[in-house]
Design a binder for this molecule. Structure first.
Ligand SMILES: Cc1cc2nc3c(=O)[nH]c(=O)nc-3n(C[C@H](O)[C@H](O)[C@H](O)COP(=O)(O)OP(=O)(O)OC[C@H]3O[C@@H](n4cnc5c(N)ncnc54)[C@H](O)[C@@H]3O)c2cc1C
Ligand code: SF4
Length: 482
């Protein structure tokens, strides 16, 4: 513990953001830099708790008090080493994690919690800026070959761990670029894509082979995977939930992911011309109040939408921690994202009934308010029907699991009751030598869980191939070179 009185002396402080007007000008990240002196004070707030609940709040088991202490002592190399002991990609989680660790922080019981996520972000950026993040090729190769299908955070974490264990790893990605949702889902204003490239560059130098444009089960037969000693399926949860209400077939109604992916492609320099779904000068309604919905709001505003409405079926949560979700649990509470701040009207307890239009052109969306009845569940409120003028609707209603046709059908892999790829506690599927991880296994989740799952599957694959494994698991303290 750096400073025993730190938590009494300093209040929680985060870096500033560009103004809404400034950040709507482009798709870049908008968090301002934070002076080192202030960051050190923030690290000094950590109490180095006897039982650091922040560890258990984090799906990776990050060694948070250890790196807080190192930042306080200005020992950045050691801070970065401890950061990488549990997390392959702190530059992603340091930007976009909802930070369950902060909800579990002991200081958070009666004070604002330690700014764990921002300290993580600052350590990794310092480490990259100062040349501390170098490729770590394995000293010896095992001669075993592993295929990883899908290059999102789960596939990347699995690939990096397995490669460092000495296996020859090939990552197959159907898209034209590596990164999964980090690349073509999450907007640049939350995660600029050079940050993904920077890590891929390290992994390439370590010896991981990346092949893009390879859609396993479509333009690459599953039989071609037979040459591998183990296969990891990390294809994500990609099927969007649809809204089967009258008028769905009209023009102007799109899945959120089509809208977001197109904008990310455009930001990477691709001109989509007239095929791009555009929000400019349109009245936009985003249906779905989660991360994807919020990202649509931010993107629509940057495109110059005339107005943005965001509908959510569930009732408005309280901004405070609900009594039935006490510390250190991750509570459901009102989340106001930076995209919401940028301009949008949010409507809660609202159900969509019908799209109304003329000659196939969308004009209005009919809704009804809903309430929760303890006996009947969700019920419509009589007389609350309303019509909202609209030009563009974006459906951000979550995901139904991985695509079943193609790879999964051809491999004849068993699915669980939720439609995800079924696995046992060792992440093994119903087929010999085939493992699964990430959203494809657990359903739509978070980047931090994907990295955690990627590390875990790597351990099990290594054990399967070698009979034992030295790869770290959650709870192990392994301090790697960086
Ligand atoms: C719009 C949006 C915003 C989000 N924002 C956040 C956030 O702010 N914070 C957060 O923590 N989480 C966020 N998430 C969730 C997070 O992105 C996912 O949980 C995470 O990316 C899952 O990682 P994954 O590696 O399992 O799968 P993915 O990232 O989905 O990657 C799977 C990859 O597999 C490829 N693939 C699939 N099938 C095949 C095949 N047959 N052959 C070859 N390749 C294949 C896909 O093309 C894809 O690239 C967001 C999700 C979305 C959709
Ligand atoms: S729970 Fe909070 S105060 Fe305690 S060790 Fe973790 S970060 Fe520090």
């Amino acid at each position: 513990m750096g400073k025993p009185t730190g938590f009494k002396e300093f209040t929680r402080e985060l870096p500033g953001k560009k103004t809404v007007e400034e950040r709507l000008q482009d798709y870049k990240e908008f968090i301002k830099s934070f002076p080192e002196e202030k960051l050190i004070n923030q690290a000094a707030r950590c109490m180095d708790c006897g039982i650091p609940f922040c560890h258990s709040g984090c799906p990776l088991g990050n060694l948070i008090p250890d790196w807080n202490d190192m930042v306080y002592r200005e020992n950045w190399a050691e801070a970065a080493r401890r950061l990488h002991a549990t997390n392959n990609f702190p530059e992603f989680t340091g930007r976009i994690c909802p930070a369950p660790c902060e909800e579990a922080c002991v200081l958070g019981i009666n004070e604002p919690p330690v700014t764990i996520e921002n300290i993580e972000y600052s350590i990794i950026e310092y480490a990259f800026d100062h040349g501390m993040i170098l490729p770590q090729p394995p000293k010896q190769r095992t001669g075993r070959k592993v295929a990883v299908i899908g290059s999102g955070p789960a596939g990347l974490a699995a690939a990096q761990q397995l490669n460092r264990a000495g296996h020859n790893v090939t990552v197959y990605e159907r898209s034209d670029k590596i990164g999964g949702l980090l690349r073509y889902g999450i907007p640049d204003f939350k995660l600029e894509k050079w940050i993904v490239d920077r890590r891929i560059n390290q992994m390439t130098k370590e010896g991981v082979v990346f092949e893009t444009g390879v859609h396993v089960g479509v333009n690459f037969s599953v039989e071609r995977l037979e040459v591998f000693d183990a296969i990891v399926l990390a294809g994500g949860s990609t099927i969007p939930r649809d809204l089967s209400i009258p008028g769905r077939e009209m023009n102007g109604i799109h899945f959120a992911m089509d809208f977001l992916t197109q904008q990310n492609r455009k930001n990477s320099g691709l001109d989509l011309g007239e095929t791009q779904i555009k929000a400019k000068n349109k009245r936009v309604i985003v249906i779905g109040g989660g991360d994807t919905g919020s990202d649509c709001v931010g993107t629509a505003n940057r495109q110059g939408a005339k107005s943005v409405l965001n509908f959510e079926l569930f009732s408005k949560p309280s901004p405070d921690r609900p009594a039935n979700q006490p510390w250190p649990y991750f509570p459901v509470r009102l989340k106001n994202t930076s995209s919401h701040e940028e301009g949008c009207q949010r409507e809660w307890s609202i159900m969509t009934k019908e799209f109304i239009g003329n000659h196939g052109k969308l004009e209005k969306l009919k809704t009804v308010s809903v309430a929760f009845d303890p006996k009947k569940g969700m019920v419509e409120v009589p007389g609350s029907e309303k019509e909202w003028p609209v030009d563009l609707v974006l459906l951000a209603l979550g995901f139904l699991g991985p695509a079943k046709e193609g790879m999964i059908a051809q491999l004849e892999i068993e699915l669980d009751e939720r439609g995800n790829v079924k696995s046992n506690a060792q992440y093994r599927t119903s087929k010999e030598k085939i493992f699964t991880t990430g959203d494809m296994r657990r359903g739509q989740s978070l980047v931090v869980w994907a990295i955690s799952e990627g590390r875990e599957v790597a351990y099990h694959v290594d054990q399967f191939l070698m009979g034992s494994s030295l790869l770290p698991r959650k709870g192990d303290v392994d301090l790697p070179r960086i």
